[in-house]
Design a protein around this ligand. Structure first.
Ligand code: XMP
Length: 544
């Protein structure tokens, strides 16, 4: 993002680093993550209003530890060090850092100096989230303590003159109740950022930039109907209209009515100006998947077939100038391109498409946005809430929610069961949210709710991902006077922050019973419903 007031986060490999950037953006200040290896001249050239040093796994006094140039603290730019970042700043500037007797982890009471600009509007006694094995034992010259805990005489340090600050704990996690306030104090107060980063101006700015970049060129986008590609389509359509062609491949493994919903929004009768091509490839997929039961093989077939279908369409369209992708910021960071975090997964937005399309350049209009920001942009563009707030849905779709062989008949069963499940969970969560908001004197319109408000009042059990899957098991049952021998549906619902670990969500039993009885009564071919209690690990979220 050029010409945008920004704070930069220097990544030392800590696990919460994306959260730091998100918290800064919640203060309406744009922020990007860079590896600690980034040369100081490059940092200077970015002209940031502030610098935040993250946590990390090293010990700053050990050989080979992740470090930074002492010059970083002499640029006249405010610096805030968090955990390892605070220790490193102290150490580099001549203080002392030592190992604690015991690793300190979890909620910790903290006593703070409320006169510090970093701790403005924070109560004198509060709690913070600690996760460290080293601590600042001697502050660097010019620094003083501005907070203490039982084990840390320097739980927060400050050199107000130089605008250098350090927190031994993690203000970025929600377990530090006033953490966001501290980050706000730093970026808006100490760094003096105006706080003009918001999604409305992002849309205007990006549309202008896209127009300039694309000129009268042709753009091709693989539209999956997921949040990222839908929002990318909306932005590009706003920028270049009919110069954009979206290819939507319906592989027959989408959720109930999803193909029609996507076509309704982006197709001929929708509200976006673009060329929309829907490829109904269900039969091709089912044919390829016939008799295949091994999960990885299924995944591979679905991915390869997608490329083949898309390639055929791309050939019909001919050469394009730009291939658009819905890459978002976490994809960039996780691919190891932005920060320091280990490569967690290579992002699979369009599964290797670039090799199969004749194009000159890639365009990624969402490259700098976090997921919540992408959703907000979608709302600003007028994309309906059911698309914008969609749950994550895997590329191979229902293909990995049907255990064993995939057939058209099984797809229909799982689609119908899943639609009932989602409808009932959404209904119960909405009712609970409306009741809970009413207790706070806030009225949520049931017909046309403000989703931002409603989300705040969702019950604690509201899952982050929930869906039905079809087990490959058939069992005996009785319906009316007749014996049945039908499939069992499994209901999955998980609470998760990062999808790397997850807990089974505690959906109320009466809601589950309603779902069960509706599925048995309304979906032919099912006579048993299970609720999956497995955490991840050892289970995965999907079934295959
Ligand atoms: P698992 O099953 O690995 O799922 O615990 C973690 C998250 O990733 C999604 N997922 C996928 N997404 N292609 C995707 O685009 C895939 O092959 C795939 N497999 C799992 C899953 O829905 C969950 O959100």
């Amino acid at each position: 993002m050029q010409n945008q007031e920004k704070v930069i986060v220097i990544d030392f490999g800590g696990q919460y680093n994306q959260l730091v950037a998100r918290r800064v953006r919640e203060c309406n200040v744009y922020c990007e993550i860079f590896s600690y290896r980034t040369p100081i001249d490059e940092i200077k050239a970015m002209d940031p209003k502030g610098i935040i040093l993250t946590g990390g796994p090293s010990s700053c006094y050990e050989d080979g530890a992740a470090t930074c140039s002492p010059e970083l603290f002499k640029l006249g730019i405010p610096v805030l060090g968090l955990c390892y970042g605070a220790e490193l700043m102290d150490y580099v500037l001549g203080g002392n850092v030592e190992r604690t007797k015991e690793r300190e982890y979890g909620h910790t009471d903290i006593h703070i100096d409320t006169s510090s600009p970093l701790l403005k509007d924070v109560p004198e006694n509060t709690t913070c989230w600690m996760s460290h094995f080293d601590y600042i034992s001697v502050p660097a010259p010019g620094f003083k303590a501005i907070a203490t805990t039982r084990n840390c005489p320097y739980a927060a340090i400050a050199n107000d003159e130089e605008k250098l600050y350090g927190l031994q704990f993690h203000p970025e996690v929600l377990h530090t109740p006033y953490g966001t306030q501290m980050i706000h104090n730093f970026v808006r107060g100490i760094c003096g950022c105006a706080g003009d980063w918001e999604m409305g101006s992002f849309v205007d700015k990006t549309v202008g930039e896209l127009r300039e970049k694309i000129g009268d060129g042709k753009v091709l986008l693989a539209l999956s109907g997921g949040v990222d590609s839908s929002v990318a389509a909306g932005l590009l359509s706003r920028a270049v209209g009919k110069q954009l062609t979206c290819v939507f491949v319906d592989h027959g493994l989408l959720r109930k009515d999803e193909g029609d919903q996507v076509e309704g929004v982006f197709g001929e009768n929708g509200s976006f100006d673009l060329n929309f091509i829907r490829v109904n490839a269900q039969d091709r997929y089912y044919k390829k998947l016939a008799g295949v039961t091994e999960p990885e093989r299924k995944r591979k077939i679905i991915g390869e077939e997608f490329i083949r279908v898309f390639e055929e369409e791309a050939k019909k369209i001919g050469a394009v100038d730009f291939l658009a992708q819905g890459t978002i910021y976490p994809d960039v960071v996780e691919s190891g391109l932005g920060g320091e975090s280990a490569v967690i997964k290579s992002h699979h937005n369009v599964g290797g498409l670039p090799d199969f399309v004749d194009f000159k350049e890639i365009v990624e209009p969402l490259r700098y946005l976090f997921k919540d920001e992408v959703r907000e942009v979608g709302r600003k563009l007028g994309i309906p809430e059911y698309l914008v707030s969609r749950q994550p849905f895997p590329g191979p779709g229902l293909g990995i929610r049907i255990i064993g062989e995939v057939t058209g008949e099984k797809v229909k069963i799982v689609q119908d069961a899943d639609a009932i499940y989602r409808e009932e969970v959404d209904k119960a969560a909405k009712e609970a949210a409306i009741a809970s908001a009413a207790n706070d004197g806030i009225i949520i319109d049931a017909e046309n709710p403000d989703y931002k408000v409603m989300r705040k009042y969702y019950p604690a059990w509201m899952p982050d991902q929930y869906f039905a899957a079809l087990t490959n098991m058939r069992s005996v049952g009785v319906m009316g006077d007749e014996r049945t021998y039908d499939y069992a549906v499994a209901l999955r619902a998980v609470k998760t922050v990062d999808f790397m670990t997850a807990e089974s969500a505690q959906i109320p039993f009466d809601v589950l019973q309603t779902v069960m009885s509706r599925i048995i009564n309304e979906v032919r071919g099912v006579n048993r419903v299970f609720y999956d209690l497995t955490s991840k690990p050892p289970g995965t979220i999907e079934f295959e």
